[in-house]
Design a protein around this ligand. Structure first.
Ligand SMILES: Nc1ncnc2c1ncn2[C@@H]1O[C@H](COP(=O)(O)OP(=O)(O)OP(=O)(O)O)[C@@H](O)[C@H]1O
Ligand SMILES: [Mg+2]
Length: 260
């Protein structure tokens, strides 16, 4: 609990299947285990963040907050010690058609500002799209984490996404910390190493220090409603997400290639 406003991190990439949800779960639980008070927001109508934590039933949820202004505090569910989650709710799928003007984009930001007492961290899992829900994440966040899977196809769209974000920032006079998170990394193979090198060149000072390795336990854990720290606490996946949460907390990024 804190009197400071929370640090709000959104896992965002309009590309599907890059590790947004896996990373939201891993980072949120790692921070909670480290003693922080964490609120997770499942901003994807598919509800994978909630399901990965074993939370059944998606009603009531964030849809009531975005549509009707219900305080977020009334939609929080205790997921783990130190980790509360807001599930999406059934109407979130219709959120793109939400009535209203420009203020619609600010509703999540306002809801988080109304949390009392403030948590230490808010972790937002975004849907793979770039409409009103993504705008709500952008306007609520202090830090955007863009997961990319470490192959050339994974990089597709990343430069465009960065440009769009910078345009939005300029237009709204916002400043966001923007980070790239490398997922599905296999350091034994040449291609992923090359891709990581390229990323370091394109986005100097913006790549979070720990790449998340390919780890089958990360893919299995959600099926049991368990996080990686419960399902395989000694796996590479658990080690990587514990380190990544610390990277984010301390804003640790990769040095230029060769300086590690
Ligand atoms: N490091 C990893 N090692 C192995 N499997 C992974 C890893 N990261 C993610 N996965 C698996 O890849 C798939 C996509 O991951 P995830 O659901 O986190 O992506 P996403 O970006 O949230 O997808 P969507 O855009 O559909 O919301 C899932 O089956 C997940 O379990
Ligand atoms: Mg997802």
């Amino acid at each position: 609990m804190s009197t400071q406003p929370p640090r709000v991190a959104a896992f965002l990439n309009q590309k599907g299947g890059v590790g947004k949800t896996t990373s939201s779960v891993g980072v949120a639980h790692a921070l909670a285990r480290a003693g922080y008070d964490v609120v997770g927001i499942d901003l994807d109508p598919q509800g994978h963040f909630a399901a990965s934590l074993g939370l059944e039933g998606l009603d009531p949820g964030l849809d009531d907050t975005l549509f009707d202004g219900t305080p977020l505090a009334e939609r929080l569910q205790q997921a783990r010690p130190g980790l509360r989650l807001v599930p999406p709710g059934p109407r979130l799928a219709d959120a793109e058609q939400m009535a209203g003007g420009r203020e619609r984009g600010w509703r999540l930001q306002q809801a988080i500002a109304g949390l009392e007492p403030f948590p230490d961290f808010v972790v937002i899992d975004c849907p793979p799209s770039s409409g009103l829900l993504a705008m709500n994440a952008l306007l609520a966040a202090d830090e955007l984490v863009m997961p990319v899977s470490c192959d050339y196809l994974g990089l597709e769209g990343l430069a465009g996404l960065m440009r769009t974000l910078m345009r939005v920032e300029r237009g709204l006079s916002l400043y966001l910390h923007k980070y790239v998170l490398v997922t599905r990394y296999n350091g034994q193979r040449r291609l992923p190493r090359e891709v990581l090198g390229k990323l370091e060149g394109y986005f100097p000072g913006q790549i979070l220090r720990t790449p998340i390795r390919d780890n089958v336990a990360l893919a299995e854990a959600p099926g049991f409603g368990q996080t990686i720290f419960e399902y395989r606490p000694s796996s590479n996946g658990a080690k990587d997400y514990a380190a990544l949460a610390e990277d984010l907390r301390q804003r640790r990024v990769r040095e230029a290639a060769g300086q590690e």
